[in-house]
Each structure stands twice: as structure tokens, then as C-alpha cells.
Design a protein around this ligand. Structure first.
Ligand code: THU
Length: 133
């Protein structure tokens, strides 16, 4: 299995574990860090709706806990006719840990539907460098 296939399988597993009783919309996310390590996350909703979290958030938490801070690529997977591209907040969350050329693979259970760079998804972005005098 190549790395992308492994990421897709991990994202399917993450989708299956998502806690999404309110929207019924399960999302899985898998990060490949610059180190080559893979980190998965799923969305976790809450009866107090705004307290829920996105799949990308979970994967980013796992990555930071695992000692990585650079995202080489990320798979975001969900069902439906429309592309499940990362929400605006998650684009910014990915941005925090992006490197030039960070790729976002927008996927469904069958595989990649569209791959874009983070810079295409969030152009002229604000990042950690902006806070350095
Ligand atoms: N969701 C994600 O997990 N990631 C996204 O980028 C888009 C939205 C989740 C949040 C919520 O649990 C459900 O999808 C419906 O919005």
C-alpha cells in the first residue's frame, strides 16, 4: 500500500468512528507530517452545537501530540455529491502548520476527488510569520 492509499484507509476508519449524531455528517481527516508520520482525526459533535469539533482539528491535535508541526499533505473525507473541502476555520488551522506546497486532498470513501494546495484554498493568508516583527 502506498502512503496515499494508507491515508485513505485511515480516513475511512476515522469517518466510521466519527461522533456526528446531530448532523449525521461524518468526516475523517488524515495528516501526513513532514516526518512521514500519519495522524488521523474525526469530527466530534456536541449537544451544545458550537462546542463540536471538526475532523481536521482532531488530526492536528494528534499531530502536535506526536511531536510534529509541519503538514505535508492532508486528506479530508466525507460523503455527498458536493466536494467536502475544509471549512474556513479549518483552512486557517491547517495554515498554522502548513509549508510551501502543502496539499489538501478532498476525498470521498472511494478516493481523491480533487487535490489543491492550501495556498489555493486560502490565498494571501495570515500565518505565524505575520507576527514576527
Ligand atoms: N466538518 C468537519 O469535520 N470538517 C470540515 O471541514 C467541514 C465540517 C464537520 C463538522 C460537523 O460535525 C459536520 O461536519 C457538519 O458540519
Amino acid at each position: 500500500m502506498n502512503t496515499l492509499e494508507e491515508m485513505l484507509q485511515m480516513a475511512r476508519d476515522a469517518m466510521d468512528k466519527a461522533y456526528a449524531p446531530y448532523s449525521g455528517f461524518s468526516v475523517g481527516a488524515v495528516i501526513k507530517a513532514q516526518s512521514g508520520k500519519l495522524y488521523a482525526g474525526c469530527n466530534v459533535e456536541n449537544a451544545s452545537y458550537p462546542a463540536g469539533s471538526c475532523a481536521e482539528q482532531g488530526a492536528i491535535s494528534a499531530m502536535v501530540l506526536g511531536g510534529d508541526t509541519k503538514i505535508q499533505e492532508i486528506v479530508v473525507m466525507g460523503n455527498g455529491e458536493q466536494l467536502v473541502s475544509p471549512c474556513g476555520s479549518c483552512r486557517q488551522r491547517i495554515r498554522e502548520f502548513s509549508i510551501p506546497g502543502t496539499v489538501v486532498h478532498i476525498c470521498d470513501r472511494n478516493g481523491v476527488r480533487k487535490s489543491m494546495t492550501l495556498d489555493e484554498l486560502l490565498p494571501v493568508s495570515f500565518g505565524p510569520e505575520n507576527l514576527k516583527g
